[in-house]
Design a protein around this ligand. Structure first.
Ligand SMILES: Nc1ncnc2c1ncn2[C@@H]1O[C@H](COP(=O)(O)OP(=O)(O)O)[C@@H](O)[C@H]1O
Ligand SMILES: Nc1ccn([C@@H]2O[C@H](COP(=O)(O)OP(=O)(O)O)[C@@H](O)[C@H]2O)c(=O)n1
Length: 233
């Protein structure tokens, strides 16, 4: 007969939230890969629905129009941390969702309650299906999407460090002025933190990690250790 010691460990659910450029995507992917978990980028889903609205001529500043259309696009996320994917109505949108046009429109679309309800349901379904568990990153994972997650992390970093990281990514693609990047980040954070429906916020039981002075490897190590501590508790 199987003993309890031989059964597979229960699926582990990790939620990682925080403002833009704090390292959520890089950390979540690396932690998931190290621990054999799935990975879900909920920001990519909000970007995908925003891309669809823009592509279909919906006025993203008209919440009623966005709400009416919120149920129409089919969003599919691939959760392999080595090769995450995002598709809308069968089209791979991993490139188009990263444009400036989508980045500037996403906070308005993600503030619409009908959009959030739709994506929150999808995110919960994906998390429930992950065989060994999943790392889910976003803005409201610990507070709203997965309030019973085994581990909640809230990443922070100074606005200067976050802007410098974002500019590092853009190098060679778009000429970016550091002050302009920082201003755009701060503006998006304010919109995400100030909206009525599930704003960007730290859950009361989340562990806050300031990544300003840490390397990515140090942050990953810190989160992996916290997951292992939870698993062995
Ligand atoms: N601790 C860190 N130190 C330096 N650079 C980092 C760190 N964490 C992430 N980065 C880099 O900063 C950029 C933004 O990270 P990302 O994971 O996309 O953040 P987020 O998902 O929170 O927006 C990426 O280029 C990433 O490689
Ligand atoms: N769980 C989430 C994730 C993202 N979002 C929205 O989606 C936008 C893009 O998220 P992202 O994670 O791709 O942003 P970056 O931090 O990568 O710039 C955010 O600015 C939020 O407006 C959200 O409202 N809730």
């Amino acid at each position: 007969m199987e003993t309890a010691a031989r059964t597979a460990p229960a699926a582990v659910i990790v939620g990682i939230d925080g403002p833009s450029g704090t390292g959520k995507s890089s950390t979540s992917k690396a932690v998931a890969a190290k621990l054999g978990l799935r990975y879900l980028d909920t920001g990519a889903q909000y970007r995908a629905i925003t891309w669809w609205m823009l592509h279909n001529g919906i006025d993203v500043n008209d919440p009623a129009a966005v709400a009416d259309a919120a149920g129409k696009p089919e969003i599919v996320s691939g959760t392999d941390p080595a090769a995450p994917t995002i598709a809308v109505d069968g089209t791979d949108v991993s490139g188009p969702i990263r444009t400036q046009e989508v980045t500037s429109a996403v906070s308005a679309v993600s503030a619409v309650p009908e959009v959030r309800t739709r994506l929150t349901e999808l995110q919960r379904a994906i998390a429930a299906e992950a065989p060994a568990g999943i790392v889910v990153e976003g803005r409201d994972i610990g507070t709203t999407v997965l309030p019973d997650a085994d581990l909640k992390i809230f990443l922070t970093a100074s606005a200067e460090a976050r802007a410098a990281r974002r500019n590092g990514e853009l190098k060679g693609k778009e000429a970016a002025d550091l002050a302009a990047t920082q201003a755009a980040l701060v503006k998006r954070d304010a919109a995400d933190s100030g909206r009525k429906t599930s704003p960007l916020a730290k859950a009361g039981d989340a562990v806050e990690v300031d990544t300003t002075e840490l390397t990515l490897d140090q942050v990953v190590e810190c989160v992996v250790t916290l997951v292992e501590e939870k698993r062995s508790a």
